[in-house]
Design a protein around this ligand. Structure first.
Ligand code: MN
Length: 480
């Protein structure tokens, strides 16, 4: 079907209400639910929103987070008859696979990935793409889940900060001034109106009003500043080098206390530092923008800044602690939060090490349209998509190249790729390309237009890269 349709926000919202009514009916009927979500930050946010929604309405449910659709399929095949599956932040890309399941039970899909294939009659789907709303830019899986939750019960407006967190986790703030836009703005408005969120313009270091400046700098993962992110000692020496006073008497100063002049001084100092590493100054633009502050969270936690909240969920998902991330996003605190914060600290350190390795010349290879970063067996394959995101947020590949990061797992090679918005505007869809080329070499792939992944057989690396380079060339040759 063609997705070139008129933007219809009302249609999108009324579809959300229809699905909420259907869920209400199923709950009243005594159905149990199996919630399946993705393991990334948006996925865990989505899973948490649906779980919290079901919990509030006393429905019985279990929640599972999966890394790949195949794992979801395994749960679906063996699912006892009493359960209704709700797939969140996943499903729309695999409609043909779903048509192989028993058609007698409804399957609910709340997703923002581009729909692929045709949905069997038992699939009940909410997806912005069907309403002319671009799901990769302006609403996340968590946002889609939130709409249904709010339609089911107005009190679920309490979950709006989690929907904002999911959108930031999916990097939907990559537009002017690092702000969420389009449909996401409606969700931000909900959260602000409910007194749960404050939006301000500032330097984007995590914990601008709560952490010592060097700690805030080292905590920041998006953008990732090589040498500074994950390294407090380096952040501290850069600060003193730039000449920013870090303490008032015995008390650490925080970023929000700096004068405008000091902020400029800090910004320029970071620009200089980036230039000394040969990184493009464009990256510094990523450092300023809208800060999304969750006003009801304790200031010293990693949940106060929505971007850091997303980092925490991401860390939980990437380390096999999905349950912990979902519990936190559902509102769990106390010992759970302490544990999750430890997970984030550890993950931050390991990622910093992986990035520093990936920046070495010997990992880098340039093809006509690709900048390949090969982590070989050194970079943990579970970290590779984060490494790709970080390198791409540093602007390493420039506007014209696609960043392709590789890591070897036991029996395959994991691929994670990122394209610039400019290439997407020229007609490139990385998700589709990776799906095609991976299949060509006996692997599997897919994802969004700007960010996608694949898994390919170990022996097919060179062929895969050549074919991908060629496919990109073909796609772009008419347009430049
Ligand atoms: Mn998502």
């Amino acid at each position: 079907m063609s997705l070139d349709i008129f933007r219809d926000e009302r249609g999108f919202l009324s579809r959300a209400r229809e699905i909420a009514e259907k869920i209400r009916f199923l709950i009243d009927e005594g159905s149990k639910f199996l919630v399946i979500c993705h393991v990334d930050a948006d996925g865990l946010s989505s899973g948490a929103i649906v779980s919290a929604m079901l919990l509030r309405d006393n429905a019985r449910f279990v929640t599972r987070a999966v890394g790949e659709f195949e794992d979801a399929l395994k749960y679906l095949v063996d699912l006892p008859a009493a359960y209704i599956p709700i797939l969140v932040d996943m499903g729309s890309g695999y409609l043909n696979e779903l048509s192989k399941l028993s058609p007698s039970r409804p399957i609910i899909i709340l997703d923002h990935h581009e729909p692929m294939g045709s949905a069997p009659a038992n699939v009940i789907q909410l997806n912005p793409h069907f309403h002319g709303i671009n799901g990769s830019e302006e609403v996340s899986g968590a946002g889609v889940a939130y709409l249904v939750a709010k339609a089911l019960n107005e009190e679920n407006i309490l979950l709006s900060p989690v929907a904002v967190t999911g959108a930031l986790g999916d990097l939907q703030d990559r537009f002017d001034g690092r702000s969420l836009h389009g449909f996401n703005e409606r969700i931000v408005e909900d959260a602000v109106k409910a007194g749960l969120l404050r939006v301000e313009e500032d330097l984007l270091f995590y914990g601008r009003s709560s952490k010592p400046i060097h700690v805030a700098m080292a905590s920041t993962m998006n953008p990732f500043i090589v040498g500074i992110s994950g390294n407090e000692a380096n952040a501290y020496s850069l600060l003193t080098e730039i000449g920013i006073r870090v303490k008032d008497d015995d008390r650490w100063r925080v970023l929000s206390e700096l004068s405008e002049d000091e902020k400029k001084q800090l910004y320029n100092g970071i620009l200089k530092y980036l230039a000394s590493l040969g990184l493009p100054p464009s990256m510094a633009r990523e450092l300023v923008g809208k800060v999304y502050e969750l006003t009801m969270e304790e200031p010293w936690t990693y949940l106060r800044d929505a971007r850091e909240f997303a980092s925490l969920l991401n860390a939980c998902g990437k380390t096999g602690n999905e349950w912990l991330g979902i519990s936190i996003a559902m509102g769990g605190r106390g010992a759970l939060l302490e544990e999750a914060q430890r997970v984030l600290e550890d993950y931050r350190r390991r990622l910093a090490e992986a990035i520093e390795y990936a920046m070495r010349d010997e990992c880098r290879q340039e093809l006509k349209n690709l900048l390949v970063i090969d982590g070989g067996g050194v970079i943990d394959d579970r970290l590779i998509s984060s490494v790709a995101s970080m390198l791409s947020s540093m602007g390493l590949q420039g506007d014209k190249h696609i960043l392709v990061a590789l890591a070897q797992s036991e029996d395959s090679i994991k691929v994670s790729a990122r394209a610039s918005r400019k290439l997407v505007e020229m007609g490139l869809n990385l998700g589709k390309l990776l799906a095609e080329v991976a299949e060509l070499v006996g692997g599997r792939g897919g994802g969004h237009d700007v960010a996608a992944g694949a898994s390919i057989p170990k022996t097919r690396k060179a062929l895969f890269l050549l074919e991908l380079d060629r496919a990109v060339e073909e796609k772009l040759s008419g347009t430049r």
